[in-house]
Write a protein that binds this ligand. Structure first.
Ligand SMILES: CSC[C@H]1O[C@H](OP(=O)(O)O)[C@H](O)[C@@H]1O
Ligand SMILES: Nc1ncnc2[nH]cnc12
Length: 313
C-alpha cells in the first residue's frame, strides 16, 4: 500500500479522465475487500504541497457502464489512501430551461431511480447499519464550494453560470429516459438527471467521507416537446468543453481548500461526516466476535470502529 496520504479524493466522470496542472507523484491501484477501483488512482501534489488522488469513474478508456462502476472499491480505495473528502464530477442532463448545456450546478438533493442492480452499502454482511441520508451531499463542503466554484468560474472568464441547491435524479441507464419519464421527473421536482451519484454518495456517507458533486450540464434530456430527445452525440458536443472547465475548477478549488482556509475551518468542512456512523450501527459491541469476517472488511473503511485500531468499539 502507498505511504503517501492524500487529503481529498477526486472522482472524474464522463469526459474527465485526468486533472491538469498538478505535479505527478505516483499512480497506485489498491486492492480493497471489494476489489479494485474503476481506474488506478493518480496521486498529485498541489502547488501548496497537499496531495490529492484522482480516479476515473468509468475507467481511463471509459469502459465501465454506470451500473457496473465498482462504487465500494472506489470509495474504499480513496479512504484507504487517507482521503477525508471526495469531490465528484458528473456530466448531467438538464430538466430546467434555465440550466443550459455548459452550466455548472451544485445539487443538494437526490431522487434515487436506480433499480437495485448496484450494491449501495458496505453493510451487506451480518453487521447492520442505517446511515442518515436526509442531506446526501455534505452541507459544509457544498456551501464552501458554492463560493469557490463561483470564484473559479469568474476567473475562467467565459461567464459560465453556477446553479446551486438543485435536485438531481439518478437513473439506472444506460439508456436515456423516455419523454414521459423526463416530464415526470420535472413534476417530481428534479432539476438535473444523470446515472452516477447513487451509490457513490451513500457509500461515501457510510465511510464517513464528506462528499460533494459538481455537475456539468450537457443536454436538455427529453422533456422539451418540440425538441428531439437526448442522444449520446448531444452529450459529446459539450463534454470536452465542460471537462476542460472542470479541470480548471478542480485545480482552483483544491488549492483554495488546501491553502485558502484556516486549518480549523478546513477540518470542520472536510470532517463533517466523521463520527456520523457511531449511532447508525446495530449491535456493534459484539460484532467483532460474532461476525469477524464482516468486521474485518469494515475495518478497511471504518478503522475507528472495527479492527485493531478501533477507538469507538
Ligand atoms: C455519457 S452520457 C451518460 C453518462 O454520463 C454521465 O456520467 P458521469 O456521471 O460519470 O459524468 C451520466 O451519469 C451517465 O453515466
Ligand atoms: N440526459 C441525461 N440523462 C442521464 N444521464 C445523463 N448524463 C448526461 N446527460 C444525461
Amino acid at each position: 500500500m502507498s505511504e503517501t496520504k492524500i487529503l481529498i479524493g477526486v472522482i472524474g466522470g464522463s469526459g474527465l479522465y485526468h486533472l491538469d496542472n498538478l505535479t505527478f507523484v505516483e499512480t497506485v491501484n489498491p486492492e480493497t475487500p471489494w476489489g479494485f477501483p474503476s481506474s488506478p488512482i493518480t496521486i498529485s501534489r498541489l502547488p501548496s504541497g497537499t496531495l490529492v488522488g484522482f480516479l476515473a469513474r468509468h475507467g481511463i478508456g471509459h469502459t465501465i457502464s454506470p451500473s457496473a462502476v465498482p462504487g465500494r472499491a472506489n470509495i474504499a480505495a480513496l479512504k484507504s489512501l487517507g482521503a477525508r473528502a471526495i469531490l465528484a464530477f458528473s456530466a448531467v442532463g438538464s430538466l430546467r430551461e434555465e440550466i443550459a448545456p455548459g452550466d455548472f450546478c451544485l445539487p443538494s438533493q437526490i431522487i434515487d431511480r436506480t433499480k437495485g442492480i448496484r450494491v449501495s452499502s458496505f453493510f451487506t454482511g451480518n453487521i447492520v447499519a442505517h446511515a442518515s441520508f436526509a442531506d446526501p451531499f455534505s452541507k459544509k463542503l457544498s456551501a464552501w464550494l458554492e463560493i469557490k466554484v463561483a470564484e473559479a468560474l469568474k476567473k475562467e472568464g467565459r461567464d459560465i453560470k453556477l446553479h446551486t441547491d438543485k435536485t438531481i435524479v439518478c437513473m439506472e441507464g444506460p439508456q436515456f429516459s423516455t419523454r414521459a419519464e423526463s416530464v415526470m421527473y420535472r413534476q417530481w421536482g428534479g432539476d438535473l438527471i444523470h446515472m452516477s451519484c447513487i451509490p457513490e454518495a451513500k457509500l461515501a456517507r457510510e465511510a464517513e467521507l464528506s462528499y460533494a458533486l459538481i455537475a456539468t450540464a450537457t443536454d436538455y434530456d427529453s422533456w422539451r416537446p418540440s425538441e428531439a430527445g437526448v442522444t449520446a452525440a448531444d452529450v459529446f458536443k459539450t463534454l470536452q468543453a465542460n471537462a476542460a472547465t472542470s479541470r480548471f475548477v478542480a485545480a482552483y478549488v483544491l488549492e483554495e481548500l488546501a491553502t485558502g482556509v484556516a486549518q480549523a475551518d478546513l477540518m470542520s468542512i472536510i470532517t463533517e461526516e466523521e463520527g456520523s456512523m457511531n449511532f447508525s450501527m446495530m449491535r456493534r459491541s459484539s460484532a467483532e466476535q460474532d461476525h469477524p469476517e464482516a468486521a474485518q472488511q469494515l475495518a478497511y473503511i471504518l478503522p475507528n470502529y472495527f479492527g485493531p485500531s478501533a477507538t469507538k468499539a
